[in-house]
Design a binder for this molecule. Structure first.
Ligand SMILES: NC(=O)c1ccc[n+]([C@@H]2O[C@H](COP(=O)([O-])OP(=O)(O)OC[C@H]3O[C@@H](n4cnc5c(N)ncnc54)[C@H](OP(=O)(O)O)[C@@H]3O)[C@@H](O)[C@H]2O)c1
Length: 325
């Protein structure tokens, strides 16, 4: 199987390469790494294997089985179709295609089947992937009416430059100093007073959960944490839920790790989720102001399950389904 990673020098691209090699999804010689002109010819080391970075342009595009796009919206819009024309299935990490009607938006534990046969597959936004998993499992047994989410998003969510801003006190990515601060704006401003990041949460959750009636309201905040997004979630159900039932549903759920024992100071935290595959869920409790609602707190590695891992799991899932035919 031949695979390419576009944006292989970036945070998400590097993690995709690492996971592909760690999980033996591809042989080293069948993996091609692309980045921008400024990285062309650069030698990068992954798990003792040396790779030369190719400049992405129309002349360097070859035939692949799968191509992971981890280079932003504009690069995806310019080059995805050329890879597809040469026979590849493209998995894009940007927001370029997520809202297109015939592009499936995939979290494999939830809706992998929709990706079968697709040539272009969109990976959801990092903060949406995290919350989508507990919501999906709970909604299978308890109808959900409304979700209110407040995020605490790590600087790695803004790419390499976001990390540099926290570590070096620069302003390459953020409008304000991020150290000892937090910024209640992620992405551009919309006419209704929300940000595009908040709108992504609402649109993408409805698409992934196939529930256009779901009410979603989000506030997205950048915090001075290197890696792992956290989210406080208020979920209102149609009927009053039993907390013990909800805990039981999430305890055995694929991709979720329950981390909920306040008495013993056990709850999801970035330091615990860093480098892990699961969405950690804890602080599950009744909403004392609404008997049909609950609160929970989640934390997950935004570079892994929020981006790279989810994208690789899509390919692994599709290959597994092919094997079953
Ligand atoms: N970080 C997250 O938590 C996260 C989560 C979900 C989705 N995403 C999405 O994933 C994508 C990558 O994000 P990131 O955080 O990895 O960003 P990043 O660290 O800034 O990396 C950007 C990558 O894109 C490459 N690139 C830029 N212009 C290019 C061009 N013209 N041709 C080819 N490659 C080009 C860069 O190559 P050079 O090094 O050569 O410049 C670099 O490899 C974005 O769409 C982002 O929205 C990120």
């Amino acid at each position: 199987m031949k695979i390419a990673v576009v944006g292989a020098t970036g945070l998400v691209g590097r993690e995709v390469v690492k996971i592909l090699l760690d999980n033996n999804v591809v042989e080293k010689d069948d993996l091609t790494l692309y980045a921008s002109k400024s990285s062309a010819g650069m030698l990068v080391l992954f798990e003792k294997h040396e790779f030369e970075i190719l400049e992405l342009n129309k002349r360097t595009i070859k035939k692949f089985d799968y191509v992971f796009f981890c280079a932003g919206k504009n690069v995806a819009l310019e080059y995805a179709q050329t890879f597809i024309n040469k026979g590849a299935v493209v998995i894009d990490n940007s927001s370029a295609f997520r809202r297109s009607k015939n592009v499936p938006l995939i979290v494999p534990e939830i809706n992998l089947q929709l990706a079968v046969g697709a040539k272009l597959i969109a990976n959801p936004n990092c903060s949406t992937i995290g919350v989508s998993l507990p919501l999906y499992y709970l909604s299978k047994q308890h109808s959900i009416k409304r979700v209110v989410v407040s995020t605490y998003q790590a600087v790695s969510g803004a790419g390499q430059k976001g990390i540099e801003d926290l570590q070096n006190g620069t302003n390459k990515k953020f409008a304000y100093q991020i150290a000892n601060n937090l910024i209640p704006q992620i992405d551009s401003l919309l006419a209704n007073g929300y940000t595009f990041e908040e709108d992504k949460m609402s649109f993408e959750l409805k698409k992934i959960l196939q529930n256009r009636f779901l009410k979603v309201c989000a506030t997205c905040v950048r915090v001075p944490i290197l890696n792992c997004h956290s989210e406080s979630i208020n979920i209102e159900f149609e009927n009053e839920p039993n907390i013990r039932d909800l805990r039981k549903i999430l305890s055995g759920a694929q991709g979720v790790c329950m981390c909920d024992n306040l008495k013993n100071n056990i709850y999801p935290m970035p330091s615990e989720a860093n480098g892990k595959d699961e969405v950690f869920v804890g602080r599950i409790r009744k909403d004392i102001s609404n008997k049909r609602a609950i609160n929970m707190f989640i934390c997950f590695d935004n570079i892994r399950k929020g981006a790279a891992l989810n994208a690789v799991q899509i390919v692994q899932g599709l290959e597994r389904l092919k094997g079953k035919k």
